[in-house]
Design a protein around this ligand. Structure first.
Ligand SMILES: CC(=O)N[C@@H]1[C@@H](OP(=O)(O)OP(=O)(O)OC[C@H]2O[C@@H](n3ccc(=O)[nH]c3=O)[C@H](O)[C@@H]2O)O[C@H](CO)[C@@H](O)[C@@H]1O
Length: 391
């Protein structure tokens, strides 16, 4: 092992809630091993949410320079790229880890390329059938791939997507999805947990609970109207139904949802939930209606059917096993699909095995081993080093 002062330094970038959740097991595994120094960076994209999410997981960030100005997507990208480049230079990073498809992930990849640092991409290879939808996530994923040296593909189809784009097979590692690590730990946690909003918000004591989450950019405006209209109709048609919607902090989303669903019988609008209560809610739900990516991965392990209110998905595995159904943004179609799912028996929970589509909940440990192996064998790593590109 290197002396402590000379340990290779991995910069891990998180900018949004799902990145925190999906990087937590990797950070914990690297910190526990100790061969490399781990610098967990809050990029500032959703500064407060990142601090809160890690705090709930009993983790702290190492570098948190504060919120960036989110004036526009391109402005945010430029600020994040410059900030991450400065941090990586000042802290003499040996490698940067980015997760998923956010502005922070893309900016981290650009910063790595600017500095000719190797980039490891967690949750690599997810693709929809459209080059830039959902926007901007699909665009970011496709642009990160050619920059990264290490691709941690969560599933077999993600691995195939990368191979099809010409990524060298030896640069791809199929690891499972790290969100399953956290989910598994959550389900194994036996500490008592109360969900006070279930009792306090006028919800019936029912076995027909629906979790509703909406936040995708492509659903801003009309998309939100249509889904809310469908939810109101579903509540009218099913007298025992109760809906819990943790309202996303983005004001453009929140105000629209409140306009339709606030002060309605059997609908509880609540603040964003920490991970444990959210998973407990999802596990108790008979159905979830969502445009989230992560929930399409988690719900199959909880036996909760997912109605995906989006035009496409980068998680075909959930659709293929019948755990998720894509539904077009039409109120009558959403109601009909929800009714169809209510009529079916609740699906079996996916087991935490390596054969399960998103893995067994040990992905963070696998990724940590590969990173340590690569960084502690400098000759191998140098061979994969990109040539510098100026900003
Ligand atoms: C286009 C797309 O699909 N892009 C995704 C996007 O993420 P997303 O769509 O999954 O984002 P959200 O829906 O915000 O978060 C979901 C997580 O939050 C938990 N949750 C939810 C409500 C709550 O009240 N409390 C919680 O704890 C929940 O269990 C889940 O784990 O970026 C990710 C990172 O790069 C990518 O992986 C990913 O492709």
């Amino acid at each position: 092992m290197f002396p402590v002062s000379q340990r290779p330094r991995i910069l891990i970038v998180a900018g949004t809630r799902p990145e925190c959740l999906k990087l937590a097991s990797l950070v914990a595994a690297l910190r526990a091993r100790g061969e490399v120094e781990t610098l967990l960076v809050n990029s500032g994209q959703h500064h407060a949410m990142v601090e809160r999410t890690f705090a709930h997981l009993e983790m702290t960030t190492d570098v948190a320079p504060g919120p960036i100005d989110p004036a526009s997507l391109s402005h945010a990208l430029t600020s994040l790229r410059e900030r991450l480049r400065a941090i990586a230079t000042e802290r003499r990073a040996s490698l940067i880890v980015a997760q998923g498809d956010t502005s922070s992930a893309y900016a981290a990849s650009l910063a790595a390329r600017d500095l000719a640092l190797p980039l490891a991409h967690v949750e690599a290879g997810l693709r929809t059938d459209h080059p830039y939808r959902p926007f901007p996530e699909e665009l970011f994923r496709r642009r990160i791939a050619p920059i990264a040296q290490l691709h941690f593909a969560p599933t077999a189809s993600a691995e195939r997507n990368l191979l099809r784009e010409g990524i060298a097979p030896e640069a791809i590692h199929r690891t499972g999805n790290t969100v399953v690590d956290l989910l598994r730990a959550q389900l194994e946690d036996t500490r008592p947990l109360l969900l006070p909003f279930l009792a306090n918000d006028g919800l019936p004591d029912t076995d027909e609970l629906v979790t509703l989450t909406l936040h995708r950019r492509e659903n801003y405006g009309r998309g939100l109207d249509v889904v809310c209209e469908a939810v109101l109709e579903l509540v009218r048609q099913r007298p025992r139904l109760g809906v819990v919607c943790p309202v996303h902090p983005n004001p453009a989303v929140g105000s629209r949802i409140r306009r339709h669903l606030a002060r309605r019988a059997r609908i509880a609008l609540v603040d964003p939930l920490d991970y444990r209560p959210f998973i407990a809610l999802l596990a108790q739900s008979r159905l979830t209606i969502t445009d989230s990516g992560g929930i399409q991965e988690e719900a199959p392990y909880l036996g909760t059917p997912v109605l995906v209110v989006r035009e496409n998905t980068e998680r075909p595995e959930s659709v293929a096993i019948g755990a998720a159904t894509l539904v077009p943004l039409k109120a009558d179609r959403i109601v009909a699909e929800a009714q169809r799912l209510f009529a079916l028996p609740a699906p079996r929970r996916l087991p935490f095995t390596p054969e399960a589509p998103y893995g067994d909940g040990r992905s963070g440990e696998r990724i940590a081993s590969i990173l340590v192996e690569r960084l502690c064998a400098p000759a191998t790593m140098r061979a994969g080093r990109p040539s510098p590109v100026s900003a």
